[in-house]
Design a protein around this ligand. Structure first.
Ligand code: HEC
Length: 126
């Protein structure tokens, strides 16, 4: 391999003569464009994430536990499918969600409600 040839800088004048069209636009406009693109990416990501969780119906949807779960855990986001986490993981997530509920002044779960929800999620966990 010809090292000498590789270490030579390719003609920089060609590179610098090309100017990105975005740089000739006013800064504010470019900023708006960037924000719009980012928002679009976030929107698409959220849509994909949403489809992943709402596509499959939850197990035994008419059971007391499932109804309670849908009521309490669907308040801030789509109800997550129990198969999303394992029986080991669910108590941790429910505890985390109780913190989110406290932060947002959402009515806390009673001990009985927490037990019913955790048991339901764990039984149908992955
Ligand atoms: C007060 C609003 C609120 C309620 C009610 C709530 N959540 Fe959440 N949940 C959040 C927020 C906010 C997040 C985003 C992650 C974070 O901030 O922890 C989240 C994220 C999650 C996640 C995402 C983790 C993952 O798998 O990607 C799961 C699972 C979840 N919640 C389960 C539950 C369950 C189960 C309940 C019912 C016990 C519940 N949530 C009730 C606010 C809430």
């Amino acid at each position: 391999m010809n090292v000498y040839f590789l270490s030579k800088t390719p003609s920089l004048s060609v590179v610098s003569r090309y100017s990105c069209p975005l740089h000739s636009l006013p800064r504010v406009f470019v900023w708006c464009l960037k924000v719009t693109v980012r928002l679009l990416i976030v929107a698409v990501a959220m849509l994909l994430a949403g489809c992943a969780t709402t596509g499959t119906p939850i197990p035994l949807p008419q059971s007391q536990a499932a109804l309670l779960f849908a009521d309490k855990c669907g308040e801030c986001h789509a109800v997550p499918h129990p198969a999303r986490h394992s029986a080991d993981e669910w108590p941790h997530y429910v505890a985390l969600m109780e913190r989110r509920m406290a932060e947002r002044n959402v009515t806390a779960l009673s001990d009985a409600e927490r037990q019913l929800i955790v048991r339901y999620l764990s039984e149908h966990g992955r």
